[in-house]
Design a protein around this ligand. Sequence first.
Ligand SMILES: [Zn+2]
Length: 489
Amino acid sequence: MVLRILKYLGLAVIALLAVLAVKTALYKAPDYAPVDAAALPSVTVDVDRVVANVSTAVTFETVSQNLVDPLASGQFHGFLEWIEAAYPGVHTTMSREMANLTPIYKWEGKNPDTQPVLMTGHYDVVPAPVAELDRWEHAPFSGARDTEFVWGRGTIDDKIGVIGLLEAAEMLIADGFQPERTIYFIFGHDEEIGGQNGAGAAVALLGARGVQMEWSLDEGSMVLDDVLPGLPAPVASINIAEKGYVTLNITAKAAGGHSSLPPAETAVGALAVAVERLMANPVPGGLTDATADFFDAVAPEFGLAERVLFANQWLFRPVLEGILSGSGPTNAMLRTTTAPTMLQASLTENVLPTEAVAVVNFRIHPRDTVESVVAHVEAVIDNPDIDVTLRGEPTHPSPVSSAETEGFQLLAQATLGAFGNIILVPGLTVAGTDTKHFSKISDDSYRFNPMTFGPDDLSRIHGINERVSIADLERAVQFYAQIMMGVDG
Ligand SMILES: [Zn+2]
């Protein structure tokens, strides 16, 4: 009897191992760039010129947080006047109109019956705090360059986008090129503070005229080199969706009074329990939607152990989701994240507050909504004496664009053309970009910056020692030029 059970058990284990092995062997990434990258025309870039122009662009202190100060707006006007002088071909060939300080360019295509496309960037930047200035290797607005990098605030985010597009268009115009389709360009001036008066106003203007783009391209991801350990090549993530944003005030109320006679329940105590519950009960998530597309494309490139897990999600999905939830960047791809950022209670050490408030910021995964996040928070806190209210205007998560369009394929081809043999995947932008506006007038929206990012580069975004490599500047102009040439309708 025991022997027979052991025999069946043995057979079951062998069958299971066989299924795992076959599924792993058959596990293959979908091909997102079926057309040969070598089919695109090659592009020769005047690298010295691009480096000089990016360096000059950085010297304009276009800090959008300072726009309330009329002196600061001089930097924005200065930047706009400078690009007019530096890109004469663009300014004589294209029409330009302004949405506040955001220029909208229209490059008329040969074939007016085809749908236009939109290519964008933003020229505003975040501040470089005075307290950190001595930690910069080169002053943030000096535009310093050496043999490898151009340094300074805005090089990555996002003057490489704006200058890369202008350089590519100027170069093609000098060659007598005209695109088949009409191409619009929008260069936002307030992306870092929500983009309402820039991209938002530009989209309202074009939308009112019934302009609808086949696709739009904005910042949002890059070529990740060594950021995901265990991959044999860098990964270019062309992002097809973007998370939403909501901040909640969690308010606990109590009687207050003197701190010499505290009751068993205080506002601060109740609030602490509520925050602890929120952190212990994250919004449910998982390997679905754009996140599943990303890992389906990346995972076949991993080593054997990871491939067995990803190829057999029917069995290992809970294990995988547990592993991916354990690290900040992959957890942010899997679910709506919970981030308590501010606390406020009594102003005095010996007075019990009548109110204690925690401010909690959520980045909403496209599977969730503002309403479902609020419902989750209320259910988890489960305390009628604690109020949950919206703080400011929420942003809903973006629609999810298709990775099977001609537009996506063109971007994929141009990426492989500029960066060589890398892994190309669709992905999810976990922060916010101006595409929250552009997607209102675009059938599909894509987010990708043509530059390479290693593990120590992540902290340079909005951080100290922001810089871009000269090799990436060359590739960026190639990438944008190839897209403009490939937009053939
Ligand atoms: Zn940006």
